[in-house]
Design a protein around this ligand. Structure first.
Ligand code: ZN
Length: 465
């Protein structure tokens, strides 16, 4: 249960003037008046969210973990957090066993027609031999159809899974389709294939291919793997349907850096009650390499930093310390585990955690942990979020973002703002992930929602575990 009784009422005219803090009168606060002020400031463009994502994408751009750009992004985040008035700003370093680096890549249909292919290597893919691979392509309409193929049936061939991803508002089509990218190479290799191609796990219709990590199963041969543009996968499918397998020449270069340095960048808004614990939020600062990492996940970094900044501007400080983490290796893994390991001793002090990592699409609903279900804070949230078009769900939060999975597994309460992901997978992990895809009004609706959550939960007297 949650108590809001400590809140003090300020005249609305004073609620959002930081300079008024010293003169705060000792009358009860109306939390909804504070929330209304947060909404109008966030939506009125008073938050730094847009400037943050504009700066990150313009000045840094793509920033894969292990790259020089990620080092610049670390320094960018440290400088920005300090400039926004965060305290305890620091980088927590950890080592990635390996960091994957893309090299030159190309693919060409060489028979029965000649046609260049738009493709991109999957993260973690082994390279082809320098001269490339020439092989006939066997096309499967789903990963399950490939899995049903008998052992040895793909010997000397390239396997292509041409499985479309279904467009859904909640993004759930991704989970069904992404298995082809993640698990396809090992299933294909097991059946004799010399390389693996997947239709981009995406909903858009541009030619740009979408990358993402692949995972080789232990003990299975490792074969080169790439994603094709949707049109290119469909071309190979149409050629195969004519009865003669198309032949493809594939060149993928890549290398691995051993023991690559990486960082989680942390800043705080200090709470008034050390016993109240910490609310941890954040986004991931690293990105895939083809785009500028604007939507994935510059937006999430900007939303959470800006929301915490809006709370810091309130005359009433939160009881809980609010901690923002810019995670440094979500896409290729490691930053969530590193954070959980570094903070293993204080997990019981973390009252709530959640990551913004589904772009800047509007928030539609909020899922809370069981400990907040039916609480006074949940009711305040329902009232304060309704003007933003957001409802509080009756089902508990099940996903807090990849970087908080280890915390959630350790029992830390999680929340999730569920966003409109209808168009997110049109650009995700592709060269089209650029600033023009961030809708400023939607970004600011996200900031308003996150700031209201940080304010109301941060003010709550007893967030139950
Ligand atoms: Zn992401």
């Amino acid at each position: 249960m949650v108590s809001l009784s400590y809140l003090r009422l300020l005249p609305p005219s004073l609620l959002l003037l930081g300079a008024a803090a010293a003169a705060a009168p000792q009358t009860p606060v109306d939390p909804q008046a504070v929330a209304a002020g947060i909404r109008s400031r966030a939506i009125g463009g008073a938050s730094p969210a847009w400037d943050l994502v504009e700066s990150l994408t313009t000045e840094i751009g793509a920033r894969p973990a292990g790259s020089p750009a990620m080092e610049r992004a670390r320094d960018w985040a440290l400088a920005r957090m300090k400039a926004l008035g965060f305290t305890n700003v620091h980088a927590e370093s950890f080592a990635k066993p390996t960091a994957w680096v893309r090299g030159a890549e190309s693919g060409t249909v060489v028979a029965p027609i000649e046609r260049p292919l738009a493709l991109i290597g999957l993260g973690g893919s082994v390279p082809t031999p320098p001269a490339g691979i020439d092989a006939d392509v066997v096309v499967f309409s789903t990963l399950d159809e490939l899995i049903a193929a008998r052992a040895g049936s793909l010997t000397g061939r390239i396997a292509l899974v041409n499985q479309p991803m279904t467009r859904t508002q909640d993004g759930s089509g991704y989970g069904a389709a992404v298995r082809a990218r993640a698990d396809g190479p090992s299933f294909a290799a097991e059946r004799g294939a010399v390389a693996f191609l997947t239709r981009s796990v995406a909903t858009g219709s541009t030619r740009a291919p979408h990358t993402g990590g692949t995972v080789y199963a232990d003990g299975k041969p490792r074969i080169p793997a790439a994603a094709l543009g949707i049109a290119d996968a469909e071309l190979l499918g149409r050629l195969a349907a004519r009865g003669t397998p198309p032949r493809v020449h594939l060149v993928l270069e890549s290398r691995e850096i051993i023991a690559a340095p990486a960082w989680n960048i942390v800043g705080e808004i200090e709470g008034t009650d050390p016993a109240a614990g910490v609310i941890v939020v954040g986004g991931h600062l690293d990105s895939w390499d083809p785009g500028d990492g604007a939507v994935d996940d510059g937006a999430g970094v900007a939303i959470t930093m800006a929301a915490a900044r809006l709370v810091a501007e309130l005359p009433v400080r939160p009881r809980h310390t609010i901690r923002v983490v810019a995670f440094g290796s979500e896409e290729t893994g490691g930053s969530g585990d590193a954070y959980a390991a570094a903070h293993a001793g204080e997990l019981v002090r973390i009252a709530l955690a959640g990551e913004s990592d589904l772009g800047s699409g509007r928030v539609l609903s909020l899922a809370l942990p069981n400990g907040l279900a039916g609480s006074a804070t949940a009711r305040q949230l329902a009232i304060a979020l309704a003007p933003l078009g957001i409802f509080v769900r009756s089902d508990p939060a099940a996903d807090s973002g990849a970087d908080f999975k280890p915390l959630a597994a350790a029992g830390v309460p999680i929340f999730q703002f569920r966003q409109d992901a209808t168009f997110y997978f049109d650009i995700h992990h592709s060269a089209d992930d650029t600033l023009d895809k961030v809708n400023r009004a939607d970004l600011e609706q996200n900031v308003a929602a996150w700031a209201i959550l940080l304010y109301l939960v941060g003010a709550a007297g007893d967030v139950a575990r």
